[in-house]
Design a protein around this ligand. Structure first.
Ligand SMILES: O=C(O)CCC(=O)C(=O)O
Ligand SMILES: [Fe+2]
Length: 506
């Protein structure tokens, strides 16, 4: 179920990619690293300059000696100087050559190293990219070139970027998904040979090996063979490749290969619905719009722009209910309290989290601002908040999403009661992706800064309403912020008493 709680009070390691806000320090970290490397280059240049100057002087002296060796050595001061230089100076030059350059920069790097993203961060980031590709059905080649869901951006993927995703995918259950990525790396490397002086150069033989192994792992033996052959033909491979080739030939003779694409696992229906809804056009399909004057007495003075999206389940949107300064204040508070949000079902990290975001709980009584927001929740819902959990602010990260879930509990605690209703405020616009979708009710709501979504999670008799299952589609481009208030049953006794179900759908 979807009860979420923070596991840590600050950004713990391996949690950068989960929200845009938690990645912010990385930009400054890179600034420092670039400066440090620049300082290292300066130290190298300084040493080089000193060397060049001395070499020039040495050459002048030595050439003079060479022109007339006898004359040079006949002069006692020249001969003396030669002896002295060779005895005293040259060992010092040896010493100078052996001294490492940039020790200070190396030490400085070591102090920054602890803040570098971990393997887990990279995995999360890979998962995010793959999720965008999968859920929206994007072509890998488009992503490589920086075209995301029909929009061409200036940023594409480098060979190193693509290889990292390929490597990640080759270790996953569906390793065949790595193939387009690794093939692209292979294509980009082309006939290029690795420059041994380039620290970041990608080795072609390593890529070919990984590609061949990925084919072999998924029993596509026939495809592995030509890959190994390329490596052998280019003579960039060694005996290991030759042995592997023989093994593959034996496998082809013995075992049946799988035909590419035939073994694609079928999506489970929930995932299929999620994909379909996220890919659908974002029509709000409102039933009607009106001004709400009636939910609470306050609204008679300041009516809210309300749009009814569905009657069953009852889902409404309120436009422009938060001001820019209120939003800035809430985000500012949340930023200081960010922690990874984990669901109770999986409080520890797994490779495929159901929710990829960082969150903060805010007490409604914290300050005038949170009290005002709480009041707004009462206004849009007509419900009371005593006994409800705190407000939760969420910021999503790379390909951030929240899989299909229901906000109500199957076994609700009797004291706190179940989550009768949800109010979801959008604190930001999202450039692409990140819609809230109701998969059963076939509704897609695009985040709009300042808008609130309200729905009932329970039928009038208190039973959980399955038609309220919903999800957050992966963000493609943007930083999505939401504030959620789940509203518990007990304090609503007189407002929305438990009734027999009125009509079929209610
Ligand atoms: O972020 C969204 O669009 C949905 C969030 C949600 O479903 C929740 O917090 O329960
Ligand atoms: Fe939810």
């Amino acid at each position: 179920d979807s009860f979420t709680f923070p596991t840590q009070n600050n950004v713990a390691r391996g949690e950068y990619s989960l929200s845009v806000v938690s990645m912010k320090p990385l930009v400054e970290l890179e600034t420092k690293l670039v400066q440090n490397l620049d300082d290292y280059a300066t130290a190298l240049e300084l040493k080089l300059q000193i060397l060049r100057r001395h070499i020039a002087e040495m050459r002048v002296e030595n050439e003079q000696a060479q022109r007339n060796v006898n004359l040079y050595l006949s002069h006692p001061l020249s001969a003396f100087a030669l002896i002295r230089r060779l005895h005293s100076d040259w060992p010092q030059w040896r010493q100078y050559m052996s001294e490492p350059v940039g020790r200070a920069q190396l030490r400085n790097f070591d102090t920054l190293q602890g803040a570098l993203p971990t393997q887990m961060d990279l995995q999360d980031a890979c998962n995010g990219i793959v999720r965008i590709q999968e859920i929206y059905g994007l072509q890998e080649s488009h992503i490589f070139e920086g075209k995301l869901a029909g929009i061409q951006y200036n940023t594409g993927m480098s060979t190193g970027d693509i290889l990292a995703v390929g490597q990640h995918l080759s270790c996953t259950k569906n390793s065949t998904e790595a193939i387009p990525w690794l093939q692209e790396v292979r294509r980009r490397l082309g006939n290029q040979t690795k420059n041994p002086n380039e620290p970041l150069a990608v080795g072609k033989s390593e890529v070919l090996w990984l590609l061949a192994e990925t084919y072999i792992k998924s029993k596509h033996y026939a495809e592995a063979l030509p890959i190994l052959d390329i490596a052998l033909k280019d003579k960039i491979a060694d005996a290991v490749f030759l042995r592997r080739r023989e093994q593959v030939q034996q496998l082809i003779a013995k075992e049946r290969s799988t035909i590419l694409d035939s073994d694609k696992p079928k999506d489970d229906p929930r995932l299929a619905e999620f994909k379909q809804r996220c890919r659908s056009r974002g029509s709000m399909s409102s039933l009607h719009c009106c001004y709400n004057f009636t939910t609470t007495p306050f609204l008679r003075l300041a009516p809210l722009k309300m749009e009814l999206l569905r009657q069953h389940p009852y889902v409404v949107v309120y436009h422009d209910v938060l001001s820019d300064s209120e939003i800035a204040g809430i985000i500012g508070m949340a930023e200081q309290r960010m922690a990874r949000t984990a669901t109770i079902a999986q409080p520890n990290r797994t490779s495929s989290p159901t929710r990829t975001a960082m969150g903060a709980w805010l007490k409604r009584s914290s300050n005038a601002l949170t009290q005002r927001i709480a009041r707004r929740v009462v206004d849009v819902s007509g419900l009371q908040l005593e006994g409800s959990e705190r407000m939760q602010v969420i910021n999503y990260g790379i390909g951030g999403h929240y899989i299909t879930h229901k906000d109500w509990f199957t076994h609700a605690p009797t004291v706190m009661g179940n989550r009768l209703a949800t109010v979801l405020f959008y604190l930001s616009d999202v450039e692409q992706g990140g819609a809230t979708v109701f998969t059963k009710a076939q509704l897609k709501v695009l985040p709009r800064r300042g808008t609130a979504l309200f729905w009932y999670n329970l039928h009038t008799d208190g039973e959980g309403d399955w038609s309220t299952v919903h999800a957050a589609c992966p963000i493609i481009v943007g930083s999505k912020w939401v504030l959620t208030q789940w509203i518990r049953e007990p304090s609503q006794i007189f407002i929305r008493p438990c009734l027999q179900r009125t009509s079929a759908g209610d």
